[in-house]
Design a protein around this ligand. Structure first.
Ligand code: ADE
Ligand code: ZN
Length: 335
């Protein structure tokens, strides 16, 4: 089996995927046309040409502009079902999807509209492909904690429809500490907790996400490598990091994939997973992230299996659901 086929055959979970980040330019233009929304670009080619980012913020500005074409439940369905179709082709058996309610409610779209479309796609992904999925709502950290509380209040009547909360958007200058009370309330509601930390921000933000938000996984977390004590802690506590190699290169966290620290984190015993973040913007879905990491960093089959295993173990499904996936993974040869 060649490497690409091996990577696709690995049963894996995707734990770091912003559904708004799976909006391919073709669909962006189709939805803009369907909904009468004006985009700042004239064509698909011009849009793709604008995907030359210098940092996280330069990406986010464009990403929020693109999300403006999502208006109706059908749009959210089309977006998410297209993602599940690609994920299935990549060997994903389970996906925990991030969505940003504030990106939509801020434009007058109701939470019900967003949830209805995403849920219908999730149900269809299960019946057509056998992929299970969960929804994790993320708070935008460039907004205030008060605005986060208002979003949580809007979500309360629907709270059983989401599985957890996350924290995303502009990291620098918006430490996890800003949201300590909000996340405490979310934990009281028995929601799972994850948070972006250590993508562009310092290792101290990872420590805050763990200690103040009680994050169960860290999204990105690559800057942990700057703090040896934190590295030892992450290895000891086996906190999963949802690493997104192609994202990190596109957003200039690393200058090239050969310089990514994923293997360093893995070798230090951290529970590393590989994910796609915003695949429509960063040049590849999850299998492409595995493949390019394997080629650039020399990951062998046993290491790729370990990364897929980590993703299944770090997902929020119960042990009985996970067991057949792990059995399939264990049955794969490492040679
Ligand atoms: N929202 C979508 N993608 C993101 C990323 N990579 N970091 C922070 N917020 C995001
Ligand atoms: Zn992300």
């Amino acid at each position: 089996m060649d490497l690409a086929a091996f990577v696709r055959a690995l049963p894996k979970a995707e734990l770091h995927l912003h559904i708004e980040g799976s909006l391919e330019p073709e669909m962006m233009f189709a939805l803009a046309h369907r909904n009468g929304v004006r985009l700042p670009w004239a064509s698909v080619a011009e849009t793709r040409a604008a995907y030359a980012f210098t940092d996280l913020q330069s990406f986010l500005d464009l990403y929020y502009a693109g999300a403006a074409v999502l208006i109706h439940a059908q749009d959210y369905y089309d977006l998410a079902f297209a993602y599940f179709t690609r994920a299935h082709a990549d060997g994903v058996v389970h996906a925990e999807l991030f969505f940003d309610p504030q990106t939509h409610t801020g434009r007058g779209i109701s939470i019900e509209t967003v949830l209805a479309g995403l849920e219908r796609a999730g149900a269809e992904a299960m019946s057509r492909y056998g992929i299970s999925s969960r929804l994790i709502m993320c708070f935008l950290r460039h907004l205030s904690e008060e605005e986060g509380f208002a979003t949580l209040a809007q979500m309360l009547p629907h709270i059983g429809r989401i599985h957890g909360v996350g924290l995303d958007s502009s990291e620098k200058g918006h430490p996890p500490a800003k949201f300590a009370r909000l996340f405490e309330r979310c934990r009281e509601l028995r929601l799972h907790v994850v948070a972006h930390a250590g993508e562009e921000g310092p290792p101290a933000y990872i420590v805050e996400a763990l200690d103040l938000l009680k994050a169960e996984r860290i999204d990105h977390g690559v800057r942990a490598a700057d703090d040896p004590a934190l590295m030892r802690r992450l290895a000891h506590e086996q906190v999963a990091l949802t690493v997104c190699p192609l994202s990190n290169v596109k957003l200039c966290v690393f200058d090239r994939i050969e310089h990514h620290n994923l293997k360093q984190l893995l070798d230090a015993g951290l529970k590393v997973t590989i994910n796609s973040d915003d695949p429509a913007y960063f040049g590849g879905y999850i299998a492409e992230n595995y493949l390019q990491s394997a080629r650039a960093l020399g990951l062998n089959a046993a290491e790729l299996k370990q990364i897929a295993r980590n993703s299944l173990e770090a997902s929020f499904v119960d042990a009985a659901t996970r067991a057949p996936w792990l059995a399939r993974l264990d049955a794969m040869s490492s040679t």
